[in-house]
Design a protein around this ligand. Structure first.
Ligand SMILES: CC(C)(COP(=O)(O)OP(=O)(O)OC[C@H]1O[C@@H](n2cnc3c(N)ncnc32)[C@H](O)[C@@H]1OP(=O)(O)O)[C@@H](O)C(=O)NCCC(=O)NCCS
Length: 200
């Protein structure tokens, strides 16, 4: 990494494609079940992003990491709507995407922020970028008066779970869906929560 790393909220439209590539490299296997065509998936992601609901790690012009989140106002991937999917996919593709994405739908609790994707470029992993993004998100959540940050981590991703535990996230509940392993590639997910200290 040559230029210093900066963590900022939001990103310009010119970065949409770069962020879609990053997001897809991390979550494409899961999203690919809903939208198998990689080119269409990138196009839909880039179009659907709400940049206000992301912190990005930038070095020079290169985006090395993204932490998306969902609040009661919006979410990074808010635009992956039925109407966008209908516009971009054929009837069968639209129905397939809707039914798969429904499995990943998560509701917000009161005063809660929900993670909507944390990903770091493969070549930049292990150098603290994911931790810095999460720290920035915690700071934002505290400033905005949220009480908890919630996320779901799947059973096949113990590395990410270790990172969350180190940063103070605590496992709350686990959901098992062994019958969906053949489809999703994982059979359990753990909901983890970070509690923000109440304002003094
Ligand atoms: C998980 C992820 C965001 C961590 O980002 P990062 O910048 O590498 O994280 P940091 O450098 O701050 O911390 C490193 C920790 O991340 C975790 N980690 C998970 N996958 C890792 C990987 N491929 N390389 C390095 N660290 C990884 C480990 O717990 C590691 O800590 P350890 O060295 O004690 O094992 C990143 O690996 C990633 O984008 N993975 C793919 C997408 C993903 O799994 N996102 C989380 C979904 S819940």
């Amino acid at each position: 990494m040559s230029s210093p790393l900066d963590i900022q909220q939001g990103f310009p439209d010119a970065a949409r494609h770069q962020i879609a590539v990053l997001y897809d490299a991390a979550f494409g296997a899961k999203l690919g079940i809903a939208i198998p065509d990689a080119k269409l998936r990138l196009q839909i992601l880039a179009e659907a992003f709400d940049p206000s609901h992301a912190f990005v790690a930038i070095s020079g012009t290169q985006i090395l990491g993204v932490a998306g989140f969902k609040s009661r106002h919006s979410s990074l991937t808010v635009g992956i709507s039925s109407s966008l999917l209908r516009k971009r996919l054929g009837l069968f593709g639209w129905l397939r995407a809707l039914s798969i994405l429904a499995l990943f739908e998560r509701k917000l609790g009161p005063d809660q922020l929900l993670m909507d994707g944390l990903c770091v470029a493969p070549e930049a992993r292990g150098s603290g970028i994911g931790s810095q993004l999460l720290d920035r998100l915690k700071q934002f959540a505290a400033e905005e008066g949220y009480r908890t940050i919630r996320l779901d981590v799947i059973d096949t991703n113990p590395g990410a779970r270790r990172l969350y535990e180190r940063l103070g996230f605590v496992p709350r509940t686990s959901t098992h869906f062994a019958y969906l392993r053949w489809l999703l590639g994982f059979s359990a997910a753990t909901t983890m929560e970070y509690r923000l200290a109440p304002a003094a």
